[in-house]
Design a protein around this ligand. Structure first.
Ligand code: HEC
Length: 166
């Protein structure tokens, strides 16, 4: 090995990176993952309109604003009640399964066990609050709540009438 000092320095930096990950405060890390994962967009009521103005203690309580599509209607779960009811192992199993759109299930499946555990710790630290979201509806059922319609729409007629490039 021609540059043992460099190898030693690289190993030392890997070890210290590992130590940093282990020392990280899981609740703070969970808060960070929720922020970069965009979880509030759907799981916090009113977040689309008020965004970061919503105090943290009111967040992630689920929404009775449904998402309607070919799957029926799904409702963003009250994650604080979910975490309060589940052990960490149950949470990991739940987070790794598949469910209805538009929940980005693949994003959770791609998260490491430690990251999912940190999100769980953050939700537990926030504590249970709010009501359970409505249950999902099968396709064709009447929809008793406000909802987004997740179905592709045609372009505006005015635009389709515009001649394309010659
Ligand atoms: C685009 C909207 C949307 C976003 C963004 C979103 N979710 Fe969801 N989530 C949903 C919906 C809708 C459901 C209910 C799905 C179902 O009924 O199968 C759900 C369900 C879940 C569940 C299942 C909970 C249970 O008790 O069944 C977990 C866990 C979850 N979401 C975590 C997250 C996390 C963590 C993030 C951020 C990384 C996130 N979600 C971002 C819409 C969303």
């Amino acid at each position: 090995m021609r540059h043992p000092a460099i190898v030693v320095a690289l190993i030392a930096s890997c070890l210290s990176a590992g130590a940093f990950a282990a020392d990280k405060n899981p609740v703070a890390h969970g808060r960070y993952l929720v922020a970069i994962g965009g979880c509030n967009d759907c799981h916090t009521p009113g977040y689309a309109q008020q965004g970061e103005q919503i105090p943290e203690q009111n967040r992630l309580t689920g929404a009775a604003l449904g998402f309607s599509g070919p799957w029926g209607v799904s409702y963003p779960t009250n994650l604080r009640l979910s975490a309060a009811r589940m052990s960490e192992a149950e949470w990991l199993a739940k987070a790794r399964r598949n469910g209805l759109p538009p929940m980005p299930w693949t994003a959770l499946q791609a998260m490491s066990k430690d990251d999912l555990g940190a999100v769980y710790r953050y939700l537990r630290a926030l504590g249970p609050a709010g009501e359970a979201a409505p249950l999902a509806l099968a396709p064709g059922q009447p929809i008793p709540t406000p909802h987004f319609v997740f179905v592709p729409q045609d372009p505006s007629p005015m635009l389709t009438a515009t001649p394309g490039p010659q």
